[in-house]
Design a protein around this ligand. Structure first.
Ligand code: 0L1
Ligand code: MG
Length: 251
């Protein structure tokens, strides 16, 4: 019986991200399950930490029907974020550092207390410092963005970058904010924050459950990317792009 070489697989994924070289999906060859995929994900993040990158939070993926349908999966997944993935609001992002980037309009929470157990929806907002509109840049390391659920989890759920907008302490009424993703002023995706589990605050509940199951504490000051509110268009990697975020609240 063959054993899984987690170090070799995580290094292959890490190198693909570092050198922008897409690779074939790994499960057809290595046949790993979801638990193994999370071990591979942790091992590839450990390689980033060993290079000096610092943890800044977590991301949830596939929290909306639109994303599940787009990618043909039916489970929520999560990945780990580092400071090297963070871009300043309004910063120019050089897309040549990615393979085939896509942009997702998201909601991002900043925690103010350690999350060390599963939270209820009623408790969730008391653990939060604020909320911000955000863009996630995802960039699958797999050829043509094609993968199984286990593949994408091993690949840290395609995490590649995030741009977090202005933080607001108003954490109420997030369940139906307008979302518009524009490229150079042209609307590409229109939606509602309600697409994220009915209310993005539910992503904090899910994050607390996932962290507890993984016996991990989410320290105060962590970012929680709640997941995409719409499907995500590709962006042309020959160009740089400037990313800005704004909540659209009805007046
Ligand atoms: O919603 C997400 O951030 C999921 C990312 C993983 C799947 C993908 O690459 O689209
Ligand atoms: Mg996302």
């Amino acid at each position: 019986m063959s054993t899984l070489d987690i170090h070799a697989i995580s290094t292959a994924l890490d190198n693909a991200a570092r050198f922008q070289e897409e690779i074939d999906p790994l499960t057809p060859v290595h046949g790993f399950n979801l638990d193994d995929a999370y071990l591979i994900q942790r091992a590839s993040i450990a390689l980033r930490h060993a290079r000096g990158e610092l943890p800044v939070g977590i991301k949830l993926g596939f929290t909306s029907r639109a994303k599940m349908i787009q990618m043909g999966v039916d489970s929520l997944i999560w990945g780990l974020l580092t400071d090297a993935m963070l871009y300043e609001e309004g910063a120019v992002v050089d897309l040549s550092g990615f393979i085939h980037p896509r942009a997702e309009p998201e909601v991002c929470f900043l925690t103010k207390r350690d999350i060390d157990r599963p939270l209820t929806l009623l408790e969730a907002s008391s653990y939060l410092e604020g909320v911000a509109p955000a863009i996630e840049i995802i960039d699958s390391r797999y050829r043509n963005f094609k993968f199984t659920l286990e593949d994408v989890v091993a690949d840290n759920c395609s995490s590649a970058g995030l741009v977090v907008g202005a933080l607001s302490s108003n954490i109420t009424d997030l369940a139906n904010l307008g979302v518009a993703l524009r490229f150079n002023g042209k609307p590409m995706q229109i939606g509602s924050t309600g697409a994220i589990l009915g209310d993005p605050l539910r992503s904090v509940v899910q994050a607390s459950r996932l962290a507890a199951r993984a016996e991990m504490v989410l320290p105060a000051g962590s970012l929680i990317m709640a997941g995409a509110a719409t499907g995500c268009p590709s962006i042309d990697r020959r160009h740089a792009c400037q990313c800005r975020n704004q909540f659209l609240r009805a007046c």
